[in-house]
Write a protein that binds this ligand. Structure first.
Ligand SMILES: [Ca+2]
Length: 344
């Protein structure tokens, strides 16, 4: 397979390597508020209509980060009748069909920890909030809270203690057959010693702190940025927050920085908006596209790429030899490439 550069619009790049491991477990349920909605890549809309739930309109809105498992007749849509904020999720399952599930994969947990979970529901019919642990042999049921929806908003909630062999959990909202539900403010978490906003990563521009090694928001002048001849910075509305960097195939843009030694762990974040998704079309999908690379002077260390599996994959080197071992993580198609489209 060939490897080729695509035309990504890089909104912002942040590399953060904390000096010490975080003591509190990350309790993440992004977009439990259902305030964030996005549209499918045009190349995947036919697939959604054939295999997904019934959705509203030709170009439907879908809840950011959530995935689903639905039977015939299930419906999924945004609703302005919210418990909190401006939007809730409308989810229904047809009578006589299988339940309709909306899932968040995966939330990192601390073995032995006790977590509270739940959601607010209104409407008619039954709701189950299900927590499953990701074990080597597959998903295992850990806890479930059930409720019956009515005219007023109700809080369906439960607690789960994480077994010693579980580090990832799936959070599922499940409408029982015949149920027509409004859902909002879904949550999964444990007491923390500081405030935490799971939606901040979606709504707020990241900022540099004392652990940040590289911060490129393209708003300020970036003296270590080499853009290439054709690449350019956008205007103030061109990035995810402020200015972005526009890349023109086949050129790269590079940022260089020096560190005394590689930190033991850290995170890399960026916003990305490709022009087109040729890997989602049969005629052009046998190509791997690289969006972002982290390189040492001699080796590629990590790569964010679009796979032929129509998913985003992050690969990183765990050995120094040129052809040494690499690890990789993949984000499922339904929440990665299938959600990408120009300007989104
Ligand atoms: Ca809401």
């Amino acid at each position: 397979m060939r490897t080729r550069k695509l035309l990504p619009l890089l909104g912002l790049i942040v590399l953060t390597f904390p000096a010490f491991a975080q003591t509190a477990p990350p309790n993440l349920l992004p977009n439990g508020s259902f305030e964030f909605w996005s549209r499918y890549a045009p190349e995947r809309l036919a697939h959604l209509r054939q295999y997904g739930p019934q959705v509203e309109g030709e170009d439907p809105l879908l809840p950011v980060r959530w995935n689903w498992a639905t039977d015939r007749g299930a419906k999924l849509a945004p609703s302005p009748d919210a418990h909190g904020g401006k939007a809730a999720l409308a989810l229904s399952a047809a009578k006589g069909a299988a339940p309709a599930s909306l899932m968040m994969d995966f939330i990192e947990v601390a073995p032995g920890g006790t977590y509270e979970f739940g959601a607010w529901v209104k409407g008619s019919g039954g709701l189950a909030v299900i927590i499953q642990g990701q074990a080597i042999e597959g998903l295992q049921a850990l806890a479930q809270a059930s409720g019956e929806a009515g005219l007023e908003w109700q809080h369906v909630t439960g607690k789960v203690e994480i077994p010693g062999h579980i580090r990832l959990v799936r959070f599922t909202l499940q409408a029982r057959p015949g149920a027509e539900l409004l859902l909002d403010d879904a949550h999964f978490g444990a007491p923390l010693n500081q405030p935490y906003d799971p939606d901040a990563v979606l709504s707020q521009k990241p900022a540099r702190d004392e652990h940040t090694l590289l911060f490129a928001d393209f708003d300020a002048d970036q003296p270590d940025l080499k853009t290439g001849a054709k690449n350019r910075l956008t205007d103030a509305g061109g990035g995810r927050f402020g200015r972005g960097l526009r890349l023109q195939k086949p050129e790269n843009a590079t940022l260089t920085w020096k560190i005394a030694h590689m930190p033991p762990e850290g995170t890399i974040e960026c916003w990305l908006s490709p022009d087109a998704m040729p890997m989602l079309a049969k005629e052009t999908w046998e190509t791997i596209y690289h969006f972002l690379e982290v390189r040492s002077p001699t080796l590629d260390l990590a790569t964010l790429q679009a796979d032929t599996s129509v998913s985003l994959r992050w690969t990183w080197r765990i050995a120094e030899a040129l052809y040494g071992k690499q690890n990789s993580l993949v984000a499922p198609s339904a929440i990665s490439l299938a959600r990408m489209r120009p300007l989104q």
